[in-house]
Design a protein around this ligand. Structure first.
Ligand SMILES: [Zn+2]
Length: 414
């Protein structure tokens, strides 16, 4: 699943019959939202944008985001009051610059819009603990809190990588469910090649961080009263299965404080929903869906081993020079696949001399070649085998991905 690709600013705005009032600003990471179509004449809506000082707005959009369209499709401001105490949450791209100016424009569709420009820093609403560039303050704050922890003691190897599992959207009464999800994941991980050969390179701990309320953010359940501590939410970037934890920096701080600086730590957030989904950024996220263990192993491929997705769903921009070891662009675009070209394939050393390149799907699952379609693109990017866990959850890792995982875990064996 895709990684968060840009920083966003999230605004909480109280709407009413007069003008919107910004009551909270928060910096998050996530998928960039799609721009909305311009408002129709005669409609009553407001726009909101980010603009650099003395410049044109770099971003402006209608407030009726898809995420809240139910609220706004009803029409007027007064109808918008029925949801979440008049509160509307909006995500905008943001460079991270606190001097950037926030431009709030109220447009009626008739006549001149009113606008209100305020600098983000001057709002007085920024919580420095939640801003990534001030994350050192987060570290200081989290260090004071000692959460209950359960060490799984999978190995007595003191240099094993520590998987730190953190619950999100779980209240204390639900921690048993969180622990069961983790136990199931560990069981599946240790039976999955090549992890089965690296049991002594991996240890795990569960850190019981409670959320104030049960559940995670979900655009289909806007009325749900949730408050996940790590900010997990479904449907990032309008992709339902993409569950991103907006406060992943908190997870890293909590784990670092609990485990110490000496160990290699990989955080995994378990989001409290039975819906299918997850994401793999610096911190892997997965849900309590029955396939959650396989989701988490796939996401670890991203988070820990820097592997790319091998599926091709047209969801990402084309990457002509992918960094991941399991995806290769065409050696010479449109230039055919000469013997010299094949030397440029990243997994060239694994190819047999007689393999056809590119490799047709009819070659079957046992062949290492160059199968077209990878990293969310159907054309121009190639994967080593017909199937792999980075393409389909039920499949084993391909030899290229397995080798990357093995190389990364080797140094952590006793
Ligand atoms: Zn693979």
């Amino acid at each position: 699943m895709a990684e968060p690709i840009r920083q966003l600013i999230r605004l909480l705005i109280r709407v009413g019959p007069e003008r919107p009032e910004i009551i909270d600003v928060d910096a998050v990471s996530g998928i960039a939202p799609q721009p909305d179509p311009p408002p129709q004449p005669g409609s009553r809506a407001f726009w909101i944008g980010i603009t650099e000082p003395g410049a044109e707005p770099v971003f402006q959009r209608l407030a009726a985001l898809r995420r809240h369209e139910e609220t706004f499709e009803k029409g007027s401001w007064s109808n918008a009051t029925s949801t979440r105490d008049n509160l509307v949450e909006i995500e905008l791209p943001w460079s991270g610059d606190p001097e950037a100016t926030l431009l709030v424009v109220i447009g009626t569709g008739e006549g001149q819009p009113e606008s209100t420009a305020v600098s983000i820093a001057s709002l007085g609403l920024l919580d420095p603990l939640r801003i990534p560039y001030l994350s050192q303050f987060t570290l200081l704050a989290e260090r004071e809190i000692q959460y209950p922890r359960t060490d799984l003691n999978l190995t007595d190897n003191g240099k094993a990588v520590m998987l730190a599992f953190l619950p999100d959207g779980f209240v204390e009464a639900e921690f048993a469910a969180f622990h069961r999800i983790v136990a199931d994941f560990i069981d599946q991980l240790r039976r999955t090649a090549p992890f089965d050969r690296y049991r002594d390179a991996i240890d795990a701990v569960m850190i019981d961080v409670p959320s104030a309320k049960s559940g995670i953010h979900d655009p289909l359940k806007l009325d749900a009263d949730v408050d996940p501590w790590f900010g997990s939410g479904m449907g990032t970037g309008n992709m339902r299965r993409l569950i991103v934890a907006e406060h992943a920096d908190r997870a890293i701080s909590v784990a670092r404080a609990a485990i110490g600086k000496a160990r290699r730590i990989q955080c995994l957030i378990v989001a409290n929903t039975s819906d299918y989904g997850g994401s793999g950024g610096t911190v892997a996220v997965f849900s309590g869906h029955s396939d959650s263990g396989q989701i988490a192993i796939h996401e670890l491929g991203h988070s820990m081993f820097k592997l790319a997705d091998e599926y091709s769903d047209d969801g990402n921009p084309f990457d002509a020079n992918p960094a991941e070891p399991n995806v290769s662009a065409e050696p010479v675009p449109g230039g055919g696949w000469t013997a010299e070209d094949r030397g440029r394939l990243k997994w060239n050393r694994l190819l047999t001399p007689d393999i056809q390149l590119p490799t047709p799907p009819s070659a079957g699952p046992a062949v290492i070649g160059a199968f077209e379609g990878a990293k969310s693109r159907p054309e121009g990017l190639f994967r080593p085998t017909l199937d792999c866990k980075m393409r389909a959850l039920t499949k084993p890792f391909c030899p290229v991905c397995s080798a990357a995982i093995a190389a990364a875990l080797d140094p952590y064996l006793p």
